[in-house]
Design a protein. Structure first.
Length: 55
């Protein structure tokens, strides 16, 4: 995950200069990024499936 996050925030980034909106945008992107380890599903898709079954 660090490698992916570093695409947006390179090492040494001063997070005092990063807005909450920028962080939220990266969080949204990561949640909707398909991953091979998840069978090419996104974390958001798996979360939604879990919540549907758990309720």
């Amino acid at each position: 995950m660090n490698r992916i996050i570093r695409r947006f925030f390179p090492k040494g980034t001063n997070f005092d200069n990063v807005s909450a909106a920028e962080v939220a945008e990266v969080e949204e992107w990561l949640a909707n990024y398909p991953r091979r380890i998840l069978g090419w599903k996104t974390p958001q898709m798996l979360y939604d499936e879990y919540m549907t079954v758990a309720v």
